[in-house]
Design a protein around this ligand. Sequence first.
Ligand SMILES: [Zn+2]
Length: 313
Amino acid sequence: MSAIIGHIDTLMNYDQSVDYNFFTRNPDFHVDIVKMKEAGIKVAVFAVFVESRYKPFFALQRSVQLIDRFLNLVENSEELELIKDLIDIERVLESNKTGALLALEGGEGIFDESALRIFYRLGVRMISLTWNQRNQLADGIGELETKGGLTLLGKKIIREMEDLGIILDVSHIAPAGFWDIVNITRKPFLASHSNAMSLCKNKRNLDDEQIKAIANTGGLIGINFAPEFLVNNKSADISDVIRHIDYIREVAGIERVVLGTDYDGIQTTPAGLEDLSKLKNLKKELRNNDYSKEEVEKIFLRNWLDFLQRVWR
Ligand SMILES: [Zn+2]
């Protein structure tokens, strides 16, 4: 079975271990090419995550370093293919290759529209305006109390992103910015790695109104496998992932549910989903929970493909 996953922090693995090699099996990390093949990954979204110590003054430098790392990975691989448009998607679907889509997690490096266009030319196709902090575009969820939304530059950047065909990701943004986005966007957007707040009270999760608003745009919600986003004060297993899938299906419809994972960006994982190669366990458990073959295929692949068709057409 093929799958698309919406958020991995695998680029950071090179800083965690001098021995990390994406092209061999790596027991200490969630993602490598071997596990991608085992999981049937057709496209994975690689996040450029700028660590807090670089912000704000060295965020652009750090973003450039990580984009270079990503492009080296793709260019030196027979197995990976850079995904920039629907033609690239078609090509990976018809081949044995795995697509790699480049995303920015936090727009600290986007000092104006020229920076955005340069990032686009380097291959960036998805951006979340913030991580948890405040930046020049908007407030992240860590600034919740101050109730700040989009800045004027943030609004301009969103318009330019829509014109270019860069997917807007609302994971990590504070609610005021989320609702500003709902008011100004014309295209579907997504939350690439967030769960349902009604099931797990974590400020990174989405409340029901947010889930419905994303659904109204024809957007997506990518399930995050981090236990702290799945359950309160206990360890998590596959059934907790399925509870969130059930819930979002109920509130927003099956077409809106996809897999984010957040692999290599999370410290612990639910039992049964210890790394990317275990994704088949989730498929099996969904089938055991009366999800039809078609529904499972939607969550794993089809919903993503439909979304990309609508955003990039
Ligand atoms: Zn994140």
